[in-house]
Write a protein that binds this ligand. Structure first.
Ligand code: NAG
Ligand code: NAG
Ligand code: NAG
Ligand code: NAG
Ligand code: NAG
Ligand code: NAG
Ligand code: CA
Ligand code: CA
Length: 930
């Protein structure tokens, strides 16, 4: 401990802390939270896809081990979902590692200090929220809650003596609320002796082991921390309790930890426990919903989101939207079927309700049944509708907004931009220019100034704002919505205001097809040069441009695919925007992150704008290829050509931490370049991609409390802090939430000494359904709107759960007709499924094992009756019984000795399924026995 001076900086403490507090959070020689989480997620996803394939009677080939995102998506028959799967896994493990940053010193989150019941409550509370959110279809919220609770679950195996007690299975009671975690050592009971120097192999007391008493290491960074007498410490030189008697520690966080000799066992148990919990989540959700949570869908992994003005003047346009929607859905077919459909009708003052469905037929019929009415004055609530659509849409969605009116709620612009940045969503505005006549004159309903609001949002999001005559709307919508079927990648995006003549270049790789150029702006001349040097003007078709269409203020060119360096020259003095899209599997994902300290100290995904003017960090992952590598990441300012290059550090999991020397205050996009190996020519294996979304840094920093799940009925407060790295003064504050719940917050804050605190108080109405997700946006802005920042917090509403018991089954009748002289011998069984008098009720009964047929019906007493019939060759089956809060039970059906007509009916025994790693996963089949 020669480095006592080390304690002088909190930042260094945090850095060191992360090396000891829980499995590592970044890859290294030992297994860390990220690897444990990813391995279990991929495994359970494979199990689920296998079960779905079996149920559909189709073949399933498990991918080679180790599983990768690509190979799992392919095995699931969903190669187009690989980006969404990667995004899902990333959002789960980034929430997992966040626990070490946001709750570093809270023992309960890490099962330190013998906080077993508190730790278990974090897991079971989180699990209820995950199940409730999945049930409502709020998969984004489910992923966040899941990631956070997995951290604590995994820490149990590293920080407690579960491994030392000789256990070879996970502790099933960590994911159940109404059971005992085990015998926890009394506060007065000694559990450890001092280690023999550095050798801690035998420091847990023999009687603790013999009596199977649970203990965990105490941990503190404070000098002279008061550890209760005789207790084990966490260990490691940051842990100040480990120098007190009994010295040493018991954590298994890494191979070099105090109990590093047990690290591998602990990490394997943590992986098995993670799989066990995921299997429980899957059983509660059902296979299809679980796969949706993982981002896997058979068609496109994207959502089709439409916001539409339904006021009187839209009557003609609505028919166009119906037609276009129908043709987009029909053209998509099964191969490109959107994973989700979202519709937000809006007028004035009414907005919504949001329609969310995965069924194209339902969606078409909802769109067809839209009717127009009212609208009051000439402006409508278009940004409120957009806000609602963005809050509902999954990340990386594309939204289409149809209107013929200006935004009445233009003051929501900054909130909408915050959501666009957070969701990395693309918004396209289809504005049909109508006229309004008042007593004196006729004028355009949407003035140039009004249109600018839409244009700015379109540009920030990488979408278009197209203004067309009503008669051209059909054509424009057809052109713009064509890309919704393509899962497009952005190769280049730029805008100039005022316009000027400029040549842009972009690189096309051989994986790209369907090359398209979109240009908005009045009177823009376009000259495209392909890699061979041939050039062509838009408006004609030939060897470079295969087709070109122009409508309103908008042109779309389709280019002949050719890999290599392209150029495009735009000439206009009017403002214009340019976007080059193509179709390719190779794309990228990224987040701005906040390194907690140094280059290996962990990082937290930012839910705010990064700080402008100083260095910044991005976490970038390539998607859609196992053989692509990243060579360059650059921030390119949207309005000019200034750029900031990044320095790349490849991580063990294949992602890249990228440091840039400066985050611009001006709007910028993220551009990546890389190589695909195994592609023939050198020219064609270099790829370029850009973020459709524009971002910006801010000199304001906004931080807020972490919000766990919220119980409806009583107000709760979220504390936030605004800091300025520049001037002092008064900033405007705005807090909004995705559900329009009542909230109170200051309208401004004086940044005295550069910082100030505030509180948002939010009340979730008492009758709110469990699983409802809420996004809170807290914004701070300097007067004049030149600079502003925000922080978002997402949380799940959860009503108090009192039902911890799964449904049970009871035999009603069993008939066997298995005698040999019957041509197709079968057996049939009927069971009654109920959830007990105090239960929430049976939600779902499904077939888990068995190839017979199951039918269920509700009898008058609200009891579910399940009838199962199967051939005598298949004498066993198992039903999955789920109640309304997601408690999962199993019901074994057996016709063991069918020929003699006797039947065996009983709750299934504990069954151990051996895993390849030599571990066993103890399935929770005994829930109803406990
Ligand atoms: C640590 O102690 C145990 C017994 O207490 C002994 O078996 C083992 O060899 C020791 N390890 C080392 C590296 O000294
Ligand atoms: C288009 O650009 C190319 C290359 O810059 C140039 O050679 C060609 O003359 C241009 N064509 C027209 C019609 O301006
Ligand atoms: C609608 O917009 C188009 C293109 O911007 C313009 O040519 C036309 O005159 C406008 N129509 C009306 C009615 O304002
Ligand atoms: C970023 O800037 C800070 C403050 O100047 C510095 O301490 C840190 O080392 C820099 N980080 C990187 C990765 O350059
Ligand atoms: C803001 O709150 C934090 C704790 O949440 C506190 O440490 C800080 O002193 C407060 N700052 C001001 C200016 O009140
Ligand atoms: C995941 O699957 C692989 C390959 O089947 C296996 O080696 C590994 O043990 C599994 N892990 C878990 C936690 O199920
Ligand atoms: Ca109106
Ligand atoms: Ca129940």
């Amino acid at each position: 401990m020669e480095g006592a001076a080390i304690w002088k900086t909190a930042a260094v403490c945090l850095l060191l802390l992360q090396h000891v507090e829980g499995f590592g959070i970044l890859p290294g020689g030992s297994k860390n939270h990220q690897e444990i989480t990813e391995e279990a997620l991929l495994n359970v996803t494979v199990h689920t896809c296998r079960a779905v394939a079996q149920a559909e009677g189709s073949d399933f080939t498990a991918p080679a081990t180790p599983f990768t995102v690509q190979s799992v998506a392919a095995a699931c028959g969903a190669t187009k979902s690989s980006k969404a799967l990667q995004e899902a896994i990333r959002s789960i493990w980034t929430m997992n590692i966040r626990v070490d940053i946001r709750h570093a010193l809270n023992a309960s989150f890490h099962f330190d200090d013998e906080h077993f019941n508190q730790g278990r409550a974090i897991i079971t509370g989180g699990l209820q929220a995950v199940k409730a959110a999945n049930k409502q279809g709020y998969y984004g919220a489910a992923r966040k809650d899941l990631g956070a609770l997995l951290h604590s679950l995994q820490d149990f195996y590293s920080h407690s003596n579960w491994v030392e007690l000789g256990n070879i299975y996970p502790n099933p009671n960590l994911i159940r609320s109404n059971t005992s975690v085990g015998t926890i050592a009394a506060l007065s009971r000694a559990t450890c002796r001092s280690c023999d120097g550095d050798n801690c192999t035998n420091n847990i007391l023999e009687d603790v082991i013999a009596e199977q008493v649970l203990t965990s290491g105490y941990f503190s960074m404070r000098f002279q921390a008061d550890k209760p007498a005789g207790k084990c410490s966490h260990g490691g030189f940051v842990d100040q309790t480990s120098v007190q008697e009994p010295t040493g520690g018991i954590n298994k966080d890494s191979l070099s930890a105090s109990h590093g000799h047990l690290h591998t066992k602990a990490a394997n148990l943590a992986t098995a426990a993670t799989s066990q919990l995921l299997e429980d989540v899957r059983a509660a959700a059902g296979d299809q919903a679980f796969l949706q949570m993982m981002g896997i869908s058979k068609g496109s992994s994207r959502a089709l989101c439409i916001a539409i003005d339904v006021t009187e003047s839209m009557s003609d346009d609505i028919q166009v939207v119906r037609d276009v929607t129908a043709s987009v859905i029909d053209r998509a077919g099964d191969a490109n079927k959107p994973a989700l459909y979202i519709l937000v009708p809006f007028g004035d003052p009414d907005v919504g309700p949001v329609v969310r469905t995965t069924d194209p037929i339902v969606f078409k019929s909802v769109v067809n049944s839209l009717s127009v009415s009212g609208g009051g004055d000439d402006a409508e609530m278009s940004l409120s509708a957009l806000q609602m659509a963005l809050n509902t849409a999954p990340r990386s969605s594309e939204v289409f907004l149809f209107t013929d009116a200006p935004a009445r709620d233009g003051n929501l612009s900054s909130t909408v931009i915050a959501l666009i940045e957070r969701k990395q969503a693309m918004v396209n505005f289809m504005v049909s220019n109508s006229t309004v006549t008042n007593s004196r004159r006729t004028r355009r309903a949407v003035s140039d100034l009004d249109l600018e609001v839409y244009q700015r949002l379109g540009q920030v999001s990488g979408g278009q704002a197209v203004e067309v005559d009503g008669s051209e709307l059909q054509l424009a919508a057809d052109i713009i919505m064509e890309t919704s079927n393509l899962s497009p990648v952005t190769l280049l995006q730029a805008s100039r205001s005022p316009g000027r003549t400029q040549e842009f270049s972009f690189q096309v790789d051989s994986t790209v097809s369907n090359l398209m150029v979109f240009i908005t702006g009045q009177s823009v001349t376009v000259n495209v040069t392909d890699p061979s040097g041939s050039s062509q003007l838009s408006g004609s078709s030939g060897s470079v441009i295969s087709s070109s269409q122009s409508v309103g203020n908008f042109q779309r060119l389709k280019l002949n695919n050719a890999a290599g360096a392209w150029k495009i020259k735009l000439e206009s003095s009017n403002p214009y925007s340019l976007k080059v899209l193509g179709q390719s599997d190779i794309d990228f994902l990224f987040d701005f992150v906040q390194p907690s300290s140094g280059s290996f100290g962990g990082f937290d995904v930012l839910e705010t704008r990064p700080q402008a003017g100083v260095n910044g960090t991005l976490l970038v992952s390539l998607t859609g290829s196992d053989v692509a590598t990243l060579t360059e990441v650059t921030l390119v300012e949207s309005s000019g050509s200034a750029f900031v290059p990044g320095a790349l550090v490849r991580q063990k999991d294949g992602s890249y931490l990228v440091t840039v020397s400066r985050i611009p205050l001006e709007s910028f996009v993220v551009r990546v370049k890389g190589r695909v190996d195994g592609v023939s020519t050198r020219q064609s294996n270099i790829f370029q991609r850009q973020s459709p979304t524009s971002f910006r840094g801010s000199k304001l920093t906004v931080t807020a409390d972490e919000v766990a799940s919220i119980t409806p009925g009583s107000p709760f407060s979220v504390h936030f802090t605004v800091m300025s790295s520049g001037a002092a003064g008064t900033v405007a504050i705005r807090a909004s939430n995705s559900r329009s719940y009542d909230s109170a917050s200051p309208s401004s804050l004086l940044l005295d000494g550069g910082t100030s605190n505030g509180t948002v108080t939010l009340t979730v109405p008492r009758n709110t359904a469990s699983g409802t997700d809420v996004t809170l946006v807290i914004e701070a802005e300097w007067p004049g709107g030149d600079d502003g920042n925000y922080v978002t917090r997402q949380f799940t509403v959860i009503n108090t759960v009192t039902d911890f018991m799964p449904p049970v089954c009871e035999l009603v009748s069993l008939q066997t007709n298995c005698s040999l002289n019957v041509s197709a011998p079968t057996w049939a069984v009927s069971v009654r499924v109920s959830d007990g008098d105090d239960g929430t009720g049976v939600d779902r009964v499904s077939l888990r094992e068995g190839n017979g047929t199951l039918s269920t019906r509700l009898d008058p007493g609200n009891v579910t009756l399940a009838d199962y019939q199967a051939p005598c060759t298949a004498a066993e089956a198992e039903l999955l019984l789920v109640d309304r809060v997601g408690n999962v039970g199993y019901c074994a059906l057996r016709s063991r000795d069918a020929a003699s007509g006797s039947a065996h009916f009983a709750p299934p025994p504990l069954v151990c399924v051996a895993l390849a790693a030599g571990l066993a996963l103890q399935l929770l089949r005994d829930l109803d026995l406990q």
